[in-house]
Ligand binder design. Structure first.
Ligand code: GLA
Ligand code: CA
Length: 695
């Protein structure tokens, strides 16, 4: 640690400083520079949490005329009141930006991903871009909380319509929505919850999409049991772990239809786990969902079409069954094309998140004739370089890989790497202007828990970084410009680090090239392993990487959502440090501190304490370079002007992505603005597994 000088400017930072550190010659760690303000920041309109929704029976219910005429009056469907639960979820008018809506029209999404199949609970992607978010309904919901003041925040009820804690805080009883149905009319009840928990979350051979729903995400030793058809009971080792209510939101507790899944699960059939996972390929239509729209058409590399779910269990205060929009499209294209089409008006929605597209998009959106509005939110999009910290077997590294893991665990090495990044140049290479900010890792500067004074930044200093590598025992012994392992290790060869990168995003690839270039100056040879989204994720979750580039996930943008991912609190909660085959973690001392902090945070009831804990987290995690921050910047929501009810200032990312935060089931298009984009007008989803929609 000798070359890292610690000095007094870090007032408030109780860093452990060895005396030797004072002999340093590298530049001084400091707080990151104040980020530049940027244009067009949307202001959030804050509301009270209980002004958003409630559960109650209404005197009457309505649906689109064509559903009644073509389906109810002909006896194909029961009347709407019999399709709805006893007490539907009612969105309150006071919280609707433009009030109660009218039926009709389509939302045209464009995505860069491709569907693997519909088995979300077994880890299959549907192509992202909000498609799975719309299909899945979860016990609780957090995305709309961006508009609720932090002190008032608790997840919103959803499939769980209410809950209460036992006096000692170890038991949580949840009441499920009563009488709700899957999109094929089958009843939804506690059996769906129990199948998800016992046969997907707890079953080690199954891991739901997103990689986060491991049992320990709900606390070590947590159990769940069915009390009756509409009641389940959680038992926790800790008292009042209210944090887990967030874990019960997307993506971790969104049960699938057990009536079609269970017969395919290896426990109840002759299927292998692979066969189970692949039992619902993209061609399988009308997969039962609890979401507002059901997939009815799939054309490879072209489009996925979804039609309204006639059993959807949410209504407005006038009793109009939601959604207002009849159809959703997911054009199968590229992520960059999503921005292009949204600003051009041939698509309806984009999260502008790739800075390479900022300038052109802003220009077009500023024109009077622009079909879409574009609004920037807080600086919540960020990227980290993550080093694989597992030295005990995660991903079965060979000798070279193992030697890299040991280096990754060497603090001198990590500090050298972080100091060798010219973050200004990295940011400017994506987009010039005030957007990108110096990000040294840890919590996003856009979250309410961020504290700049608790954030440690090792400024760009190539000399110091080189000295740091030498300190870590790495020298260029053969004079080719790249440092070698010491003679006794990995054959004294050049240190070669394989960097796992997502091939679907231009930004990820530009950042990877930036890493290669900057590390080359330091004398480290980086080899890019760019894989398509799902393959990249498989390699990641299986631990097959030395380093990887990762766009920040919700724990860094919200802190309260997916909190367990902030540290290795369980064998599979961290993005870059998971257990080997023996399920044991080999934590470094600073990681133990992070684990303690995160565990305290998860069970603390005291807001001030939680704020303090996160300052501490930020301090330790940035001091010890838990992750190497690359850049952060704001994203903008682009949405066609014809849509009503878009909440003001919706961030593209916070508790979840904007596709959830805008509450799509509540969006509508005024009659005089409606377009004829519906591909299956006046049709509804058909039977599970059968082709196409029902006439
Ligand atoms: C992808 C996109 C995001 C968002 C999410 C939703 O990751 O890049 O902008 O649409 O899908 O899951
Ligand atoms: Ca060399």
């Amino acid at each position: 640690m000798r070359h890292f000088r610690k000095i007094g400017v870090l007032a408030g930072l109780a860093l452990s400083v060895s005396a030797a550190a004072l002999n340093a010659y590298a530049s001084e760690p400091t707080v990151p520079p104040e980020p530049a303000p940027f244009p067009a920041e949307g202001k959030i309109k804050y509301v009270a949490r209980d002004s958003i929704l409630e559960f109650k029976a209404l005197p009457e219910y309505n649906e689109p005329d064509w559903v009644k005429k073509n389906f109810v009056d002909t006896g194909k469907l029961p009347p709407v009141k019999d399709r709805l639960p006893k007490e539907p979820l009612v969105f309150k008018t006071e919280n609707m930006p433009d009030g109660i809506g009218v039926y009709g029209d389509t939302m045209r999404h464009v995505i860069g991903g491709r569907p693997e199949g519909w088995n979300y609970g077994a880890g299959q992607t549907q192509g992202w871009g909000g498609i799975d978010i719309g299909l899945s309904e979860c016990l609780t919901r957090t995305a709309p909380l961006f508009q609720v003041e932090a002190k008032d925040t608790e997840p919103l009820p959803n499939l769980a319509k209410s809950w209460e804690w036992s006096e000692d805080g170890h038991k949580l009883t949840m009441h499920l929505i009563e009488g709700a149905k899957w999109s094929d009319g089958a009843p939804f009840n506690a059996d769906d919850i129990m199948f998800y928990w016992e046969d997907e979350v707890i079953d080690p051979n199954v891991s739901p999409l997103g990689g986060g729903a491991s049992p320990e995400a709900f606390g070590t030793g947590t159990t769940l049991k069915k009390i009756d058809d509409y009641t389940v009971e959680w038992t926790f080792k800790e008292a009042f772990p209210k944090q887990y209510l967030y874990t019960m939101a997307y993506p971790n507790f969104c049960p699938g239809p057990s009536h079609v899944l269970k017969p395919q699960h290896p426990k109840y059939s002759k299927n292998t786990y692979d066969q189970f996972k692949n039992a619902f390929p993209p061609e399988y239509m009308n997969m039962p969902v609890m979401g507002a729209w059901v997939p009815v058409e799939y054309r490879p590399d072209d489009i996925i079409v979804l039609r309204r779910n006639p059993y959807y269990w949410k209504v407005d205060e006038k009793g109009n069954q939601l959604p207002y929009l009849n159809e959703l499209h997911y054009k199968l294209s590229t992520w960059a094309d999503r921005d292009v089409q949204a600003v051009a008006g041939s698509g309806d929605f984009s999260n502008l998140e790739q800075p390479e597209n900022f300038v052109a998009s802003l220009k077009r959106a500023a024109e009077k004739t622009a079909p879409a509005r574009l609004a920037f939110g807080p600086r919540l999009i960020g990227y980290n370089l993550r080093m694989n910290f597992s030295a005990n077997g995660w991903g079965d590294p060979d000798a070279r890989g193992q030697a890299i893991r040991e280096l990754n665990r060497n603090e001198d090495f990590r500090k050298a790497v972080t100091m060798a990044f010219n973050r200004k140049a990295v940011g400017d290479s994506l987009v010039k202007g005030p957007f990108t900010a110096i990000y040294s890792g840890g919590l996003s500067s856009g979250t309410s828990f961020y504290d700049r004074q608790s954030t440690l930044y090792y400024p760009y200093d190539l000399e110091g970084a080189r000295a740091g590598l030498a300190e870590a025992g790495l020298k260029d012994t053969d004079g080719d410009g790249f440092v070698n392992f010491p003679a006794g290790q990995a054959g004294g060869k050049n240190v070669e680090i394989v960097l796992l990168v997502n091939n679907d995003y231009a930004t990820d690839k530009s950042l990877a090239e930036g890493v290669v270039g900057q590390m080359e100056k330091l004398g480290l040879k980086i080899i890019i392993n760019a894989l398509d989204g799902p393959k990249r994720d498989d390699a990641h979750y299986a631990g097959r990487f030395d380093w990887l580039i990762q766009r920040n996930t919700t724990e860094l943008a919200s802190v309260v959502q997916n909190t367990e991912q902030l540290a290795p609190v369980g064998p599979r909660t961290s993005w870059h440090h998971r257990a080997g085959k023996d399920d044991q973690l080999d934590l470094m001392p600073f990681e133990k501190e992070l684990v303690d902090i995160v565990n305290k945070f998860r069970t603390s009831q005291d807001n001030d304490e939680r704020v303090r804990l996160m300052k501490e987290y930020q301090k330790i995690s940035t001091e010890h370079v838990n992750t190497v921050g690359l850049t952060e910047y704001p994203g903008a929501l682009i949405i066609n002007k014809r849509f009503s009810n878009i909440p003001q200032g919706t961030p593209i990312f916070m508790f979840n992505w904007a596709e959830d935060s805008v509450i799509r089931e509540r969006l509508w298009v005024a009659a005089d603005k409606q377009q004829k984009y519906e591909l299956f007008p006046e049709q509804l989803p058909g039977k599970p597994g059968e082709k196409g929609p029902l006439n």
